[in-house]
Design a protein around this ligand. Sequence first.
Ligand code: ARG
Length: 471
Amino acid sequence: MWGGRFRGGLDPEFAHFQASLPVDHVLAFADLETNRAWSRALAAAGVLTQHEMHRLHRAIDELIAHWQQHGVPRDDDAEDVHSLVERELVARCGDLGKRVHTGRSRNDQVATDLRLFLREYTVELMRLVGEVCAALVDLAAAHADAPMPGYTHLQRAQPITIGHHALAHAEALARDHGRLVDAWQRFEQCPLGSGALAGTTVPVDRATLAEDLAFLGGPTRNSLDATAARDHLCELAFACAMACTHLSRLAEDYVFFASHEARFLTFGDAVSTGSSLMPQKRNPDAMELVRGHAGAVQGALVALLTTVKGLPLAYNRDLQTDKQVLLPALAATASCLRTAALAVRHATFDRDRCAAEAARGYQDATDLADLLVQAGVPFRDAHGIVGAAVNRAVELGVELSDLPAAEQRRLLPQLTVDLRRALAVDAVLARRAAIGGTAPACVRAEIERWRSQLADWAELHDEPEPEPEAP
Ligand code: ARG
């Protein structure tokens, strides 16, 4: 492919080191589409006849059928997927196969192939984020009014509903969905026709070429940037790293909820594992693995940024390592999303225990202070009064609402309300009724909003890629 200046062959060690086919074979079908579009552009520019273009297109169709049936070879001696495709086209079309590389470089090819491949992959990741959210929304719907303890600093703070907690994780993932949509839009410019770095000498119509490959944003506007840029890969890696980081927080919450100390939920057999030694164990490995994989995905982001940092314009071979780093991170993100959705669907909350624990540990102290405020006590003073009441309740080993009447009169003389009723968990929850609060009514409203958002997402994910233009 590039042997003109060379007499000796590559050292086998280096030949192996520089080959990217074991990784970039996944771009084969995208590469065939760029070949189809490029040959069409060459024909429009008068470099190929219509007849030659049709011969190439037939060969491309044959290759697609062949590789769909037999798979794309990965341990071939071709240097990369582009040289593999070129060799196969030459094998089928002779010299015509060689002419399709006119005015083109593997540098603009790989940039184009990657965008084609990644925009599809990104839609799949968006769909999987939607699946985790759908699982959380279903869980929230089942437990919209079920109380559980809410934590800050992993200390009991205020009661929340199980539904509110589930939707909190869904909200974070919704932002990741938005980030994936942004990354996906960043792929929507077509680098093909940028040549190796300076542009192509063939008078191709790059706007038509971009349309042909269904790039909604038209052609890239600078050939140096088009062949050198990988920020869109970093952006996708960040969206994945953030999504996995969010999943790791969901995982951690549920691992804790499944502990004997909390006993808020049990994972079903489908997502639990046992111990080879301790017969009693039921371990939450699904969520632990989700938590664990986040590390490698974060690592991929750092690896990509570090590869691009300080790299001179335009293309450098360093860039070949992008796929090696990004593709496993995308695969890990996809499996973490699938597993997290599964684990949420197989998590059974113990509503009674959650409700009982929501009423323990002075999580109603803030509400008691608010009651004092209503009775005219300044909040700072109320805070101190309730603090003293909590101390006394701890001494007596009771909850605030169970303080004996005499203690209540002594510690909280300003209050005449029935504390049992005023501090009942349901009352505490219902007070948090402003938008975004944990009151069951709010949670139900958010579930409605979520259902329509999930339906919008489903439309977005199912939208077929725009069909390439007919010649
Ligand atoms: N396989 C390379 C990559 O993935 C593309 C080939 C560019 N090679 C070159 N010597 N300019 O980046």
